[in-house]
Ligand binder design. Sequence first.
Ligand code: ADP
Ligand code: ZN
Length: 294
Amino acid sequence: MIIGGIEAGGTKFVCGIGNEKGEITNRISIPTTNPTETMDQVKHFFRGTPLDAIGVGSFGPIDLNRNSGTYGYIKNSPKVEWKDFDFAGAISSIWNVPIGFDTDVNAAALAESIWGAAEGLSSCLYITIGTGIGAGMIVQGSMLSGISHPEMGHIRVRRHPKDHYEGCCPYHHDCLEGLAAGPALEERWGKKGVALKGVDQVWELEAYYLSEALVNFILTLSPMKIVLGGGVMKQHQLFPLIQKMVQYKLNGYLSFNELSQENIAQYIVPPGLGDDAGLKGALALAMRAYQSKL
Ligand code: ADP
Ligand code: ZN
């Protein structure tokens, strides 16, 4: 099978050609400018490749309600040129093949559960901490969804008593994303995350907020594995801090083996697929769309 995958991010689109095993043979990175320009380059990359299916993992929010008149559209995006863009429609007007379309984080969660850190497990929560915070949850092979996709990055978390930063979410100010995504780090501390590497205080506060969220997700979703990706999680010193704080905040209430001292480092983990989780997720979405048409 020849499968096309598009990891559509707010900064760049990564397109790849691969197969049903998630192997990628060819890829390209295209800057996200406006829909006309970017989609032209996407089309150009795939030109001449006989695709059997195509999958898109998109930045959001997107409308995933198949009964809605705007299914497949990008919704309230801060990227004004992309707001109300009929993304799924644009793809189906180019390719007459099965199309898988979902959020970038649902795609990454799916790839991690098929080929990555949660392979063989019945559920997986994937969270990205980058320009924004987003999460996707796979349960028994399906994406958790309701009216549309979950927006776990915008939950409210308990404030750290010593943190007076107002938060930068345009909708909620001090939601999780407003307090802990890359732009919040940069605005609070006056430097980009990558330049704050050796400053312990920064990562302790970051782990404080991320562990607040994880405790809520563990208590509500009970995932078998939690995968943390995105640019901010390149700071690997965050992992042991988050693991310790999650245990501290749960305070022994959940006595699962996964949360024990010996096992927690295998429970809250970086992506098994590294930076390929998103693109491989797009391939997985395509594969599913293909199989559902058989
Ligand atoms: P996006 O979310 O746009 O797809 P990323 O996941 O790379 O892209 O996230 C970008 C954000 O992560 C930026 O705010 C950036 O400052 C931050 N970031 C990227 N790399 C690092 C790093 N090594 N350490 C800390 N923060 C980083
Ligand atoms: Zn918010």
